[in-house]
Write a protein that binds this ligand. Structure first.
Ligand SMILES: Cc1cc2nc3c(=O)[nH]c(=O)nc-3n(C[C@H](O)[C@H](O)[C@H](O)COP(=O)(O)OP(=O)(O)OC[C@H]3O[C@@H](n4cnc5c(N)ncnc54)[C@H](O)[C@@H]3O)c2cc1C
Length: 524
């Protein structure tokens, strides 16, 4: 085993104060700086670094693209820790592609994976969150991400076929198709499979080094439709019916506040320019998209006054099947009182799925943070109402501190609607924002002073929304250190989860506190 000094000499470990300070916050939470930043460039280096840090008494906190806001890699406690920056692990193994599997190292971004697979006519069954330009596959599986492909393959975890995980003692645990051989993939089905236990674990149960994902051929035909609804119940009922029938590869909906915010965004104007440029490129997929969807590039502002809007993206193996899907979607939307509007949003999104993450601030440079819940489709309208009622209760403080809120809707699989309220407030940006925003956006964003009072109020609002939803029994992704996963376990479940944590991590070194799971008794 290497020592930390040897790892420092090899350029893998660094105690540089500036570097450490870059890793003490996410988009919403901040905490202590790591004592060391470990930046391995190979699987062997990662294993060595994790083992050496844990052996020297440091907790090990994994970080992928860092594109989260639920404190998963922001250590809150007193424990000294090393942060493992996994972005240096970038290999993609296509040798099992003909068997429907790709094996990627944890630091590969969803955008990189999409580009590499596209060249082979393939795509992962779940192919990334909207943050996929920077967010990693390892982070996505540890959050159980949703969006691209979620119509059919609800979450990242549903596309997972196996993991290779480094435990703090340096042992390697392999699951699923990787269980029986490190060199080649095998068949997953052989008794119980441990893979799903590590999906959405926020890195609490170890560091994912390699991930096996299911892949499928790219669709031959794609198209999108947009509709406007007068009331949220109608929009959510239409989304539920479209989801249940499996008609859309992705659905996204905006409440009127979000629709107005989006149309005010400079970046939307830029999206149009990007799309026009892409369409002029006459690439066959994009040309097909333009012809099939009958794209009309509506100007900015077309969403203003459109009420609740739904944007459905469909995919099929032929133009004929696509037309049938689009007709069914139109039929369902019509039955719920939806009227067709320009399909610019789904067209822009599908043409450029991984765009720069300028949405990490609001349209006027405000700070931004979302909260979300996953609901059975039949409870989605009640959940949206609960959210609005919660805003009403906090209206006075929101007005006093200039906090605004808007909601996004999406679907994850056949029966689940995701409601994602977002909060915006005036506050200073963090280093992570400056690293993430495009330079031109950063330049036009006026600096404002830190506003801890508003930030605390937003934290309380997020908690209030989650509490208001509890009677509807929602699910939550991105648990990190924010959602009450451990509190909602019954005593049997808690005993089992704490037992698993104790088995993989007897000394309490593996991202302690994530998932809200306590360290084993007696751990330092
Ligand atoms: C603008 C924007 C849009 C977004 N859109 C979406 C969306 O469409 N869908 C969605 O689901 N989320 C979305 N997110 C949230 C977030 O980006 C995703 O959940 C994403 O998957 C995070 O990946 P990451 O690599 O950045 O993970 P990080 O933020 O680095 O880490 C997230 C968690 O995973 C753990 N972790 C990271 N890598 C590993 C590893 N290799 N092994 C074990 N644990 C690890 C960390 O400790 C932490 O607990 C969005 C965020 C932003 C800022």
């Amino acid at each position: 085993m290497s020592t930390l000094d040897e790892l420092s000499a090899a350029g893998i470990a660094s105690a540089d104060p500036q570097l450490r300070a870059r890793f003490n916050h996410d988009f919403f939470n901040s905490g202590a700086s790591p004592e060391l930043v470990l930046a391995p460039r190979s699987l062997a280096e990662a294993r060595e670094a994790i083992q050496a840090a844990a052996a020297s008494g440091l907790a090990v906190v994994p970080r992928g693209g860092g594109m989260s806001y639920t404190g998963g890699y922001v250590a809150a406690g007193q424990q000294r820790f090393a942060l493992v920056d996994l972005r240096g692990l970038t290999a993609i193994d296509l040798s099992s592609a003909d068997d429907g599997i790709v094996v990627v190292e944890a630091g590969v971004t969803w955008h990189q994976l999409w580009e590499v697979l596209k060249a082979r006519g393939l795509r992962a069954n779940f192919w990334g969150p909207l943050s996929g330009l920077t967010a990693t596959v390892g982070g996505g599986l540890s959050q159980n991400a949703i969006f691209w492909g979620s119509g059919q393959t609800a979450t990242a975890g549903d596309a997972a076929r196996g993991f290779e995980i480094a435990l703090p003692d340096g042992e390697i645990l392999r699951t699923g198709v990787l269980a029986r051989s490190a060199e080649r993939t095998g068949v997953r089905h052989f008794g119980p499979d441990l893979t799903q236990l590590f999906v959405g674990d926020a890195g609490r149960f170890g560091v994912k080094l390699r991930i096996a994902l299911a892949v499928m051929p790219l669709p031959q035909a794609t198209g999108g439709l947009s509709f406007s609804f007068a009331a949220p119940e109608a929009l959510l009922a239409a989304m539920g019916d479209i989801a249940r029938a499996g008609l859309a590869a992705q659905q996204v909906g905006f409440d009127p506040v979000l629709a107005n915010l989006r149309s005010r965004r400079q970046s939307l104007g830029e999206d149009f320019k990007t799309l026009t440029r892409l369409l002029r490129g006459q690439g066959s997929i994009l040309k097909g998209l333009r012809d099939a969807a009958g794209v009309t590039l509506a100007g900015r502002g077309f969403l203003e006054g459109a009420g609740f809007t739904l944007h459905a993206m469909c995919e099929a193996r032929s133009e004929r099947s696509l037309r049938e899907l689009l007709a069914e979607v139109t039929d369902i939307a019509g039955r719920h009182g939806g009227t067709g509007i320009e399909n610019t949003i789904p067209t822009v999104m599908a043409a450029a799925p991984f765009t720069p993450l300028n949405g990490v601030i609001g349209p006027n440079g405000e700070r931004w943070v979302p909260v979300h819940g996953l609901f059975q489709a039949s409870r989605a309208a009640a959940a949206y109402r609960n959210y609005l009622d919660t805003l009403d209760v906090h209206r006075e403080i929101m007005e006093r501190l200039s906090i605004s809120s808007a909601a996004l809707f999406s679907a994850a699989g056949p029966g689940v609607i995701v409601i994602e309220p977002m909060f915006f407030w005036p506050d200073a940006l963090e280093e992570l924002h400056r690293e993430t925003l495009e330079e031109k956006v950063m330049k036009r964003t006026k600096p404002v002073p830190a506003n801890p009072e508003a930030r605390d109020a937003v934290a309380a609002l997020r908690r209030a929304v989650v509490d208001a939803w509890a009677p509807l029994d929602p699910g939550h992704l991105q648990v990190g250190r924010s959602y009450p996963f451990a509190q909602r376990l019954d005593s049997t479940q808690r005993r089992l989860f704490e037992g698993i944590a104790a088995l993989v991590d007897p000394l309490g070194r593996s991202n302690p506190g994530a998932l809200g799971l306590e360290c084993p008794r007696g751990a330092p």
